[in-house]
Design a protein around this ligand. Structure first.
Ligand SMILES: [Zn+2]
Length: 233
């Protein structure tokens, strides 16, 4: 059995986590877009995404065109609103110490993920996220991980977890998430019973788990997650 003091890489606990609204309390990307909006985005755009008529990246690409922010202004705003969910820093410390492997899989954007993870730089080098070119006159979103596209997401959480499950077949596996962009994980969890699924209490992901009768653990803080995975809090 693997112990925390002598981790063995192939059986080390693998945690995949969403970023916005999961590791952070607020959705940083949505808050940025709302705060720095230059003009309304096209009418009906959000409804088309919610109805599944367009993908999340197609929605995000159009939204970012209506947003104007310099790097300096965006960084100051992120600094202001980027509060971690309680216990997240402990999770990062454990990952940095090698007690577990943490892969961040985010439909959000690199500039604020790297900025907020400045104290744990190794975590952003193994993370998956999109990029945005900031510009005070209109930003441009980019989606560089074509291999993780699923038709609904640019960074499909299910694809990331599947990849880790394939490369670490003996490792315990967990996923933490909250939102619509995490919903692909439910299909995977229903056919991958060794995957422990953690959903932020009251989130879209939690209600999807309930609707689909998918086992999950609700959480408000990462202490709950660490406890459930028998890690020291
Ligand atoms: Zn997906």
């Amino acid at each position: 059995m693997t112990t925390l003091s002598t981790p063995v890489s192939h059986t080390r606990l693998q945690i995949v986590s969403d970023f916005d609204g999961t590791l952070t309390l607020r959705d940083i990307g949505s808050s940025l877009c709302a705060h720095f909006r230059l003009e309304p985005y096209p009418e009906g755009l959000k409804a088309r995404w919610l109805a599944g008529e367009i993908s999340l990246p197609a929605f995000q690409a159009q939204v970012w065109q209506t947003v104007g922010a310099s790097s300096e202004a965006a960084a100051a705003f992120v600094e202001d609103i980027g509060t971690w969910r309680p216990g997240a820093a402990r999770l990062f410390d454990l990952a940095q110490a090698g007690a577990l492997a943490l892969t961040i899989a985010s439909g959000g954007f690199g500039f604020y993920i790297r900025h907020l993870l400045a104290d744990w730089p190794a975590l952003s080098t193994t993370a998956f996220f999109n990029e945005v070119d900031l510009d005070a006159h209109g930003c441009r979103a980019r989606f560089p991980h074509a291999d993780l596209h699923c038709g609904r997401c640019a960074i499909c959480k299910a694809r990331v977890v599947e990849r880790i499950a394939a490369t670490h077949p003996a490792a315990p596996l967990a996923f933490c998430g909250d939102g619509r962009s995490d919903a692909c994980i439910v299909d995977l969890a229903l056919r991958l019973p060794q995957l422990k699924l953690f959903a932020v209490r009251g989130s879209f992901l939690e209600s999807t788990c309930q609707t689909r009768a998918c086992p999950y653990i609700a959480f408000d803080t990462f202490e709950t997650v660490l406890d459930a995975l028998a890690l020291p809090t």
